[in-house]
Ligand binder design. Structure first.
Ligand code: F6P
Length: 546
C-alpha cells in the first residue's frame, strides 16, 4: 500500500505540528518514567530511545503505520522464501544462512537448508586446514596472511567484522583490497611472502571490474614469485555464485565456495563471503556470529511491533525523514573496533532504500532512505559533532556502545562511556541563554562582552538520538546488532513500498565507465559524452602522455 494513503500517515502529519513545538527537556521533565517507557531489549541488545521527539501518540501512530502498510505480512513473506525481490525475481533469504531451526525453508519448493549447511561444512573444513597448518602453500609452508579481494558487499561486511573482533583473532592475518587504484594492492602486498599468502577472490557475480583487475595483479605477483602457474591452486580460492566465471579466471572449482542468488551482496557476510572471518576467528566464533543474528531474527519475527527493536528503529527513522524533514542519519559507534560499521551500514541502508520508485514502478511522493554517515563517536566529537549540536539540520544519531570488550585499559573505557552518555544528553537538552549567562557571569564576564558571547554558546537541544547498548562486544552480540540493522532497513523499505533488494542505481555509472575506458585506451572517440566529460577525458589523456 502507498504509505501516504494509510490513515496513520495523515494522523502523523497532523501530529508532527505538535511535535515540532515540543522540546525533549519538557518531555523528560513531564514524565519521570520516560526512559522505562521508551526502552526495549532483544537478542542481548538494549535500546534506549527515550531521547527521541516522540510521545505515546507518536509511537502508537507509527506502529499503526507499520500495520497499515503490511510490514508483518511482508516480513513473513521474506522469511518464507517468497520472491520479494520482484525486479530480479528472487527470494531474499540471508536469514536462511543463519537459521538454526529445523523447519524447512523453501525456494521453488526445495528446502535450501541442507545445501547451506553442507557448503558451510566445506568452508569450515577448508578454514580449519588453513588455521591448523595443514593447508600448505606451493613451497610446503603454512599460510600466515590472507588477502581478501572484493568490493561492496564482498568486502565491507567481512572487513567490518574482522576489525570488530580483531582482539580475539587467532588465525592468519587478514588484509582487504577493494579499490582498483593500484596503490591499494601494492600496499597490501608489501611485506607479504607469496609462499605464505592465500588470496580469497570474493565476488558474487565474478564480473566486477575492480575485483577482477586486482585479482589478476595478485595472480601475476604470485606466479612471478613462484616461477610457475601451478602455484595458483595452493594460493587462490574464490567465493562466488558464478562457477563458470571462476573457472574461466583460472581458479579450480574445488577451490570455490558457493552461495546463491537469493543472498544480496550487502547481506552476504553470513555466507561463504564470511570466509576471511572464519579464517581469522575460527568456525566456532563464526557460529556464534550466526547465532546472534538468528536471535535477532527470532526477535524480529515474534515480538509485538511496539517492542520490536528493528521496527522501533525503523519507525523512528521514518518519523524524522517523512514528518520532521530530516535527510541524514549518523551512526556513531564508540568502541573503536567498530570503526568500519558506518561504512558497512552506508551500503546496507543506502543501496537498499536509496530509491525513488516503488516496487510497482510508480514514483514515490515522499522522502525515502536518508544519507547514512558517521565515524567512531569519540573522534566525531572532535570533528563533525559541532554540526550535530549547533548546525541547522536535524540529524538523528545512533550511539552504539559495548560496555565490556576484550583488553580494556584502565582509565580508557570510563572516559569512552562518559563521553557517549554525555553527548546524547547534550544533544537532547541543550543549553539555554539563561544557563549560558549564569555560567559566564560566574566566571566573571559581564556587560557587552557577556551578551555578545551568549548566542555562540547556546545549544538549542531537542536533537534526537538512540543509544544501543551491548553488555559485551562478542561475536554473538555483534551478529545480533548487524541483523538488527538489516531488519531496520527492511521495515523502512516495506513501509515506503520499495524493493530494498535490487540496486539498479549502480548500473549506469558502470556502463559509462566501460565506454570511457575505451576512449582512454584510444579505441574510440569521446563524441558520445557531454563537453565536461570530454574535457576531463582529454585532460587525462594528456596527463598520461606527459
Ligand atoms: O556495484 C554494486 C555491487 O553490485 C554491490 O551490490 C555488490 O555488493 C558489489 O557491487 C560487488 O559485487 P560482486 O560481489 O558481484 O563483485
Amino acid at each position: 500500500m502507498n504509505p501516504i494513503q494509510a490513515p496513520a500517515w495523515a494522523e502523523l502529519l497532523r501530529h508532527a505540528d505538535h511535535a515540532r513545538g515540543t522540546h525533549l527537556r519538557e518531555l523528560f521533565r513531564e514524565d519521570p518514567q520516560r526512559v522505562q517507557r521508551y526502552s526495549a531489549d532483544g537478542a542481548g541488545i538494549h535500546l534506549d530511545y527515550s531521547k527521541n521527539r516522540v510521545n505515546d501518540v507518536t509511537m502508537a501512530q507509527l506502529v499503526a503505520l507499520a500495520k497499515q502498510t503490511g510490514v508483518e505480512a511482508q516480513r513473513d513473506a521474506m522469511f518464507s522464501g517468497e520472491a520479494i525481490n520482484n525486479t530480479e525475481h528472487r527470494a531474499v533469504l540471508h536469514t536462511a544462512l543463519r537459521n538454526l531451526g529445523d523447519a524447512p525453508v523453501l525456494v521453488d519448493g526445495r528446502d535450501v537448508l541442507p545445501e547451506i549447511r553442507s557448503e558451510r561444512a566445506r568452508l569450515y573444513a577448508f578454514a580449519r586446514r588453513v588455521r591448523d597448518g595443514q593447508w600448505l602453500g606451493h613451497t610446503g609452508q603454512t599460510i600466515t596472511d590472507v588477502v581478501n579481494i572484493g568490493i561492496g558487499g564482498s568486502d565491507l561486511g567481512p572487513l567490518m567484522v574482522c576489525e570488530a573482533l580483531k582482539p580475539v583473532a587467532d588465525g592468519p592475518r587478514v588484509h582487504f583490497v577493494s579499490n582498483v587504484d593500484g596503490a591499494a594492492i601494492q600496499q597490501a602486498l608489501r611485506g607479504l611472502d607469496p609462499a605464505r599468502t592465500l588470496f580469497v577472490i570474493a565476488s558474487k557475480t565474478f564480473t566486477t571490474i575492480e575485483t577482477l583487475t586486482n585479482a589478476r595483479t595478485a595472480r601475476q605477483w604470485l606466479v612471478d614469485a613462484a616461477g610457475n602457474e601451478s602455484a595458483v591452486a595452493r594460493h587462490f580460492v574464490a567465493v562466488s555464485t558464478n562457477r563458470d566465471k571462476v573457472t574461466e579466471f583460472g581458479i579450480d572449482a574445488d577451490n570455490m565456495f558457493g552461495f546463491w542468488d537469493w543472498v544480496g551482496g550487502r547481506y552476504s557476510l553470513w555466507s561463504a563471503i564470511g570466509l576471511p572471518i572464519v579464517l581469522s576467528l575460527g568456525p566456532d566464533r563464526f557460529d556464534e556470529l550466526l547465532a546472534g543474528a538468528y536471535d535477532m531474527d527470532q526477535h524480529f519475527r515474534t515480538t509485538p511491533l511496539a517492542e520490536n527493536l528493528p521496527v522501533i528503529l525503523a519507525l523512528l527513522g521514518v518519523w524524522y525523514v517523512d514528518f520532521l524533514g530530516s535527510r541524514s542519519h549518523v551512526i556513531a559507534p564508540y568502541n573503536n573496533v567498530l570503526h568500519r560499521l558506518p561504512a558497512f551500514l552506508q551500503q546496507l541502508d543506502m543501496e537498499s532504500n536509496g530509491k525513488s520508485v516503488r516496487r510497482d514502478g510508480a514514483r514515490v511522493e515522499y522522502a525515502t532512505g536518508p544519507v547514512i554517515w558517521g565515524e567512531p563517536g569519540i573522534n566525531g566529537q572532535h570533528a563533525y559533532f559541532q554540526l550535530l549540536h549547533q548546525g541547522t539540520a536535524l540529524i538523528p544519531v545512533d550511539f552504539i556502545l559495548a560496555l565490556r570488550q576484550p583488553n580494556v585499559l584502565p582509565g580508557h573505557h570510563r572516559t569512552l562511556m562518559a563521553s557517549c552518555f554525555a553527548q546524547s544528553a547534550a544533544l537532547a537538552r541543550g543549553k539555554t541563554a539563561d544557563e549560558v549567562r549564569a555560567e559566564l557571569s560566574a566566571r566573571g564576564m559581564s556587560g557587552d562582552e557577556l551578551e555578545a558571547a551568549i548566542p555562540h554558546r547556546v545549544f538549542g537541544g531537542n536533537r534526537p538520538s538512540n543509544t544501543l547498548v551491548l553488555d559485551e562486544l562478542n561475536p554473538r552480540t555483534l551478529g545480533a546488532l548487524l541483523a538488527l540493522y538489516e531488519h531496520k532497513v527492511f521495515v523502512q523499505g516495506a513501509i515506503w513500498g520499495l524493493n530494498s533488494f535490487d540496486q539498479w542505481g549502480v548500473e549506469l555509472g558502470k556502463q559509462l565507465a566501460s565506454g570511457i575506458e575505451k576512449v582512454l585506451a584510444g579505441e574510440t572517440d569521446a563524441s558520445a559524452y557531454d563537453s565536461s566529460t570530454q574535457a576531463l577525458i582529454e585532460r587525462a589523456i594528456h596527463a598520461q602522455q606527459g
